[in-house]
Design a protein around this ligand. Sequence first.
Ligand code: UD1
Ligand code: M6R
Length: 681
Amino acid sequence: MCGIFAYLNYDVSRDRRYILEVLFNGLRRLEYRGYDSAGISIDSSSAAVHRPSDPPLVFRQEGNIESLVKSVYRDVSATDLNLEESFSIHAGIAHTRWATHGEPAPRNSHPQSSGAGNDFLVVHNGVITNYKVLQESLLRHGYTFESETDTEVIPKLAKFVFDKANEGGDQTVTFCEVVLEVMRHLEGAYALIFKSKHYPNELIACKRGSPLLLGVKEYAQEKSNGTSYNDMKFISKNGHPKELFLSSDAHALVEHTKKVLVIEDSEVVDIKDGGVTIFKFDHGKRDGKSHSIPASVQRALSILEMEAEQISKGKYDHYMQKEIHEQPESLTTTMRGRLIRGGTSKRKSVLLGGLKDHLKTIRRSRRIVFIGCGTSYNAALAARPILEELCGIPVMMEIASDLLDRQAPVYRDDTIIFVSQSGETADTLNALEYTLENGALCVGITNTVGSSIDRNTHCGVHINAGSEIGVASTKAYTSQIVVMAMVALAIGADSISTEQRREGIIESLINLPDKVREVLKLDQEMKDLARSLISEQSLLMFGRGYNYATALEGALKVKEVALMHSEGILAGEMKHGPLALVDENLPIVVIATRDQSFSKQQSVIQQLKARKGRLIVMCSEGDAEAVCGGSCPVIEVPQVVDCLQPVVNIVPLQLLAYHLTVLRGYNVDQPRNLAKSVTTE
Ligand code: UD1
Ligand code: M6R
């Protein structure tokens, strides 16, 4: 998904090469979100010699960041621009684009411009839904368009507003007034950064829907009261040396600073003269006073908990590989401080700080409804049986987009649980907005502290799995299941009849990281299996009960990274269609680990064998002979309590998908056409 990055140094001297490298590096950190083209804008001259006629420079390329980097240095070397020229103040903007309107091409990349002269430049994440109307009106005023993007109307509208306000001669309208007027005309979702040659060294950022963060690095100076700027909760006023960064997510900020401000919807951030002013824009207000500026608001900075090492690959070749292998640790972090010894019984119980005050309401719910997309939906599906069992409340499953397409009924006495790794998925957020309107209790389960899901739900649980950078979700999936199992334990904690069952699950949770460590030893075996499947066209996965979700999720992994057709099938549906596909060529993974579905899966294996099916069976350790009598490849996994078995079972399938991808020569971390965080519908 598109990524925005900006860098403004104030009273901190930086040469042009340094500024370029900060911008490129910011884009590299956003690469994981998925993109197909990129661009940047920097100034052509430093503040000391700036003339209003000096247009900012714009560089745009389709393809990866490195091709942008090469083209920028090539273009710069063909001019008299000096890479060593120093700027004590400078504002640069950068963007990775994931095509929605118009093919990947330099003209469709960002920054988008108001026209020759680059009076106004804009980088944008999101979609402007009324861009056609705005475009028609600008065309009538003589503007021409060079791109097919929805974004191009924004800088052109800014120029129109600016020119109109300055018709009298002297420039009186401020940059912020121009942007506020533009915002009054925009519909849709956006995070935007504006740069203009008329307002050198100033940037304006605003957002509605799409995420945007401001990072602040202030240079330590003793204040008269003895505090240094490093200790300050607020951004200092004008005049103090600082570097400011804007980014779509924290990954591009953490190497520079941990002090961030999560910009909220409708906020407009004006960075000027070393100061940051934040305004709250009222979308509903059209009072006719076109340039009136709302009162400014003060916001405290927060501290990122992320470490810079979290976003490096370490000893691994790919993020997906790293994230699969770090699951014993991520699961430990997910459970840390949440399994406590409580009461007089000294037994362990679950404490979820974010839910404890809401458990009574949840227990009284008419239904629990899970909402998510992709892997997050699958994780909820894996946890559904234990929730039903321990809570005794009907649990419904909803794919976010489908709930909205159907405008499905939601009741005040429902508990709706939103599951999302990123916390920014547009469909899930739209479903949240819809649900909030209907008055239900909205609970979030997310990996991203400060994300939109986190901020807009009534309560929730952070899965604390650490940064997940590979587009294919792996460690977030297992941590989500564990959190939802803990949610089931917390809701069901008041029932005496399930006490023993709950204790068994808690015991198994404690041992789970070790079991996952054990199953990771299948890495080489999964690589060998991948080698045997490398040229297949298709791979089916059959599961049921707790492991229906494993089949769906295993197939999703294979299709999204290895680019091989793969389908997860509910084994109970086999005879209602899928059986027709079975022959001696099509590989089929059957998940038949020990739980209440085991005997049914054994019978599925027999029926598939009777049709000469080419089987690969996943079974519990020691069951290989029993399940297929040595006649097919088996994946033997350690046994854990039934409801946590999906956590163990998915790991070999993640490894299989990973190795298949590498062996087939595809991009593991940024699969074709996919984005990490899908912030448009
Ligand atoms: C919290 C702290 C953790 C600290 C622990 C000590 C945070 C983020 N977490 O963890 O650092 O070690 O207390 O007691 O500061 N929430 C939502 N929606 C969501 C997710 C969470 O509203 O989608 C809310 C929760 O209801 C809660 C807050 O965010 O109010 C923090 O949630 P969580 O991190 O899960 O809480 P703790 O595990 O108690
Ligand atoms: O960030 P979210 O969990 O809301 O994302 C939902 C899906 O887009 C995501 O899980 C997607 O299916 C992954 N690429 C799967 O690996």
